[in-house]
Write a protein that binds this ligand. Sequence first.
Ligand code: FE
Length: 291
Amino acid sequence: MDIAIMNPRRIEQIVDGIATSDGAGVRLTRVLTQNLQRRLDPFLMLDVFRSDEPTDYLAGFPPHPHRGFETVTYMLSGRMRHRDSAGHEGLLEGGDVQWMTAGRGVIHSEMPEQEDGLMEGFQLWLNLPASRKMAAPCYRDIPNASIPRYETSQGASVLVIAGESRGIPGAVSRDETEPLYLDVNLAKGGEFSTFVPATHNAFIYVYRGAVTSGGKAVEENRMGIFANDPGSDGISIGAAEGARAILVAGKPLKEPIVQHGPFVMNRQDEIYQAILDFREGRFSDEAAAAI
Ligand code: FE
């Protein structure tokens, strides 16, 4: 089960998140911001939320539209109810993932279903290729128990949310962007390696403790972006004191990106069309079907 990475990628940049609020006033940290969209293509956004202060999250995300990409919500703690315009709904609880393909358009709400306690998790936006931006919307709730996982003899327990790691296929796969999404839990002194093609853009976000990679530290609540070193074959991390981190990688689409809020398309005229379609109610009959 242990693998040897011969030429691990270097950490090229450490990124601090930016405190912001979204939805109806949910306080969160935006780690992958718009200025990193090209660098981390095909990923468009990463928001991290963690608070045990109800006023930070109670307002939730009332109904809002999306078009042109996928949203991946990974709840670590708390309960969040998802509803969309066709009456589909699902409850995300600690450890669960929701993978929603907005495609040509969905209106949904994401509301906390708790009045106190810790609410913690991530929302990652994954771009769709031009050919699939107007595909039919769909979503999938993935209970924690059904997410593939493995443990290594070097002190790593790994959840494979998407992609494939060490021969273990994840819960979701995508042909065009080949996303890899791992939650890596490192014991004290633990180490972890996985193959990642040098051309895939990759980053890590450390949410407990600190990790090191190639002698460089990534502290808690920081993102480390891995260089696309030619000839590199993967990523290696270690944690002297134990750590938890998400590791995300994907194949860049290399297509133009035009974002206006919750719409991400390739051209400005497609953005105008999205705004018009939303205003004229053409999203409301396009609710996500369960897949
Ligand atoms: Fe949303």
